[in-house]
Design a protein around this ligand. Structure first.
Ligand SMILES: [Zn+2]
Length: 146
């Protein structure tokens, strides 16, 4: 990875490039000329229409619905389990994989019907600092409050 020694920005940094923190935290997707929207896609061609590379960047809604989820019981050392990994449908037609927080994993396993289709909203948190001392910001989803 290239180091940018020119940067003077001391603010927090998102952990993934499709998470933006300003003016408030939101995700950005790539939108094809055919209307399909992708999140975190490294494709050069659209998965829907096959056109190559005519993507524009679009800000995505902070609200979505849980499409599927699974409760993760085993993960890397240092990662607390169990937790819920979900795929969230966004109104723009994109899907994004993220952790679901503020939902009890045991309850979710017992009553999965309460979680499928659940309205959720984006939330962010700081997980630590990078080597240059910037706060590192991650995103997840929680049950929508509004
Ligand atoms: Zn397309």
């Amino acid at each position: 990875m290239a180091e940018d020694t020119q940067t003077t920005d001391q603010g927090p940094r998102p952990i993934v490039p499709f998470l933006r923190l300003e003016p408030k935290p939101h995700l950005v997707g790539k939108k094809c000329t055919c209307g399909a929207v992708f999140v975190d896609s490294r494709r050069v061609a659209c998965a829907k229409c096959g056109a190559d590379g005519r993507f524009s960047e679009v800000a995505l809604s902070n609200h979505g619905k849980v499409y599927v989820f699974s409760v993760v019981h085993q993960s890397f050392p240092g990662i607390k389990t169990p937790y819920i990994s979900a795929i969230v449908d966004l109104p723009e037609g994109a899907t994004v994989r993220a952790n679901l927080v503020d939902v009890d994993p045991e309850e979710a396993e017992k009553n999965p019907g309460k979680v499928f289709g659940m309205p959720v909203e984006l939330t962010t948190g700081v997980v630590g600092k990078d080597r240059e001392g910037h706060d590192v910001v991650v995103f997840s989803y929680r049950p929508a409050r509004a």
